[in-house]
Write a protein that binds this ligand. Structure first.
Ligand SMILES: C[S@@+](CC[C@H](N)C(=O)[O-])C[C@H]1O[C@@H](n2cnc3c(N)ncnc32)[C@H](O)[C@@H]1O
Length: 323
């Protein structure tokens, strides 16, 4: 039953995050009528959702009908350090909810969820004028997601030796900002789709450049980061992208692919969840084993150097020029 009802928890967490319920509880518990007034919700509807979420530990019902934050919902406040609020909103936003709703058809046909739901891939769909709000939710969610892993990545690798760091598909620059804090001599470039680069708030020592990484990437960097990029694409597309980076890379430079690396073991692992998300949401994207990354690198004119584990679910797969 937990497996079946889990979707109700997820959808309810998204909805209360969207309404700002955790933010309204920031200064202490509230009775549901006051809480509903604070967030502009229907009183009875909010009470029923909060009662269920409190039963599973997302909130707590201190007295009947009075709700308070728990350590879990603290993380859903927009202003919490490492806030997961935007990720919570995105996970059931239209961009994800509708493609995921087609999972049985994905299984039957091998088509991607966005192609079945929207008739196109998700990044093309985001760029349509009527979906710009959804794109903003997605970009904010990527920053939220990065808050949980960027610091672990910056700790796991010595970036202090680099001078020019390019974050390919770097979104709004949270990872690069975090990495640059450990690389005082470096400057940074975030390369992303023009609609992302144009809307990014300024980041110290970072230039935002818009473009298509399948056409090429800014040249001359001695360090290229790709976080949650290669898993979005098929092997064929990934080789095009990595070949563009191999061409742009300074002779003794390094490429760092940051992903949840697929283990060979049968146990549950975050990579296996992320992999099914890629199955539902992308056209041929997947999580890969170290051996599979090594094969992609070889085809792209790169060579695996090593894998750096981090104290988060992602690992950093390091490559250099060569075959
Ligand atoms: C899954 S997000 C990861 C964002 C960021 N690296 C992170 O980990 O938070 C994928 C990123 O790739 C960008 N992207 C997708 N297609 C692209 C393309 N053809 N050229 C450049 N960037 C692209 C998206 O706009 C998005 O920012």
């Amino acid at each position: 039953m937990q497996a079946l009802f889990g979707v109700m928890v997820t959808r309810s967490v998204s909805a209360v995050a969207e309404l700002g319920v955790p933010d309204a509880l920031r200064d202490g518990p509230l009775y549901y009528t006051d809480l509903a007034t604070a967030v502009g919700a229907d009183q009875r509807a909010l009470h029923r959702v909060m009662r269920m979420l409190s039963g599973v530990g997302i909130f707590t019902e201190a007295k009947p009908g009075t709700y308070a934050l728990t350590p879990v919902s603290e993380l859903l406040r927009a202003d919490a350090p490492g806030s997961m609020r935007d990720l919570a909103v995105m996970i059931t936003a239209r961009s994800h909810w509708l493609p995921w709703g087609r999972l049985a058809d994905v299984l039957r046909t091998g088509e991607s969820g966005p192609r079945l739901a929207f008739g196109t891939d998700v990044f093309t769909w985001f760029q349509a004028p009527e979906n710009l709000g959804e794109w903003q939710i997605f970009n904010d969610a990527m920053t939220s997601f990065s808050m949980g892993t960027a610091h672990a990545v910056a700790e796991a690798v010595n970036f202090g030796r680099f001078r020019s760091i390019v974050d390919v598909g770097g979104g709004h620059g949270y990872l690069l900002d975090t990495v640059l804090a450990t690389a005082p001599r470096a400057t940074g470039t975030v390369f992303d789709l023009p609609g992302v680069a144009e809307t990014a708030p300024p980041v110290d020592r970072v230039t935002f450049v818009g473009g298509d990484f399948f056409q090429g990437v800014p040249a001359g960097g001695d360090c290229y980061l790709l976080k949650h990029i290669v898993h979005d694409w098929s092997d064929q597309q990934s080789v095009v992208l990595l070949s563009n980076i191999a061409r742009a890379l300074a002779p003794r430079g390094r490429v760092f692919v940051i992903e949840t690396v697929m283990p060979d073991a049968p146990e549950a692992h975050p990579a296996k969840f992320m992999d099914v998300n890629m199955l539902a949401m992308t056209e041929g994207g997947c999580e890969r084993t170290v051996r599979e990354y090594a094969a992609l690198f070889r085809e792209a004119g790169l060579a695996l150097v090593r894998v750096h584990p981090t104290r988060s679910p992602v690992s950093v797969v390091e490559a250099k020029k060569g075959s």
